[in-house]
Design a protein around this ligand. Sequence first.
Ligand SMILES: NC(=O)c1ccc[n+]([C@@H]2O[C@H](COP(=O)([O-])OP(=O)(O)OC[C@H]3O[C@@H](n4cnc5c(N)ncnc54)[C@H](OP(=O)(O)O)[C@@H]3O)[C@@H](O)[C@H]2O)c1
Length: 304
Amino acid sequence: MSWNTSDIPDQSGRRVVVTGANSGIGLEATRELARAGAYVVMACRSVARGEDAADDVRRTVPGADLDVRELDLADLDSVRAFAEGVEGEIDVLVNNAGVMAIPRSETADGFETQFGVNHLGHFALTGLLLDRVTDRVVTVSSRAHEGGEMDFDDLHGERDYARWEAYGQSKLSNLLFAYELDRRLDAAGSDVESLACHPGWAATELQSGAATNGAMELVMRAANAVVAQSAADGALPTLYAATAPEAEGGDYIGPGGLFDMRGAPEKQRSSARSRDRDAARRLWEYSEEATGVAFDLPEPEATA
Ligand SMILES: NC(=O)c1ccc[n+]([C@@H]2O[C@H](COP(=O)([O-])OP(=O)(O)OC[C@H]3O[C@@H](n4cnc5c(N)ncnc54)[C@H](OP(=O)(O)O)[C@@H]3O)[C@@H](O)[C@H]2O)c1
């Protein structure tokens, strides 16, 4: 039997933060976490869209324990304000929000937006919340990481910007970060685990953000209708990573069916570049400097 939402353990008493909880995978993950009894902080850049999404969850999960909070990952002031506003312990932080293949723009802090939102915003958020996280951090990457490369000389695409390459770099950064965080937590003797996952291909709003014109949007929507799995199925790897007792730090969870694009979640192997420890350390150091958020964790021991 393949893993599905009926396998989610009772989440009563658990507190979860989900970024980008108003749409797509974040919304469906929120719905199932709430159904299993968790209190979910829906971290959304628009509180109005977040409240609409919370109403949608409550229609299917009456009594869902939800709290919509503002979080704009494209603005470090917003990330800090959000982190200060979250009270108490957090069992699970789900770094889910993302943008894909958009034309070049910059965040409030001057970061290229895909790198800034998908990686640096989540890096800062995790660093600011980590001393309150008790169980695990889940970071949502993508199979697009496989084509991604770290351009440490031009991380923000100032000299040369290609929107798909920038997306690949940001999703590779998600994995380098998730694995490095897990190593540093281990080195600190912490019980907190850091895991990564990817949804395969799920029909969400993500693809429309990548369309540069109406015709491309139509193609994306048609491809979504024919090839993609539902957002609810796309949320399964995230739900497995966030709740399954057998999921462990350093795991990479993805759908095991057709080209790893759809199907039930399983443990998978990410690219060799995503497991490059030198790149992970370099990205970590850069991210601490760029965001001004330092983690109170030791460097992992070097392996032979
Ligand atoms: N769908 C797929 O096939 C697929 C494949 C591989 C990986 N992924 C990954 O899955 C994750 C979720 O994407 P999705 O498919 O569910 O897309 P989606 O429906 O577009 O949802 C993305 C979410 O991120 C939020 N977001 C965007 N910019 C933000 C910012 N600056 N601050 C805070 N939140 C922000 C969006 O908020 P708004 O609604 O306000 O824009 C939305 O809630 C992403 O990390 C994506 O890279 C998806």
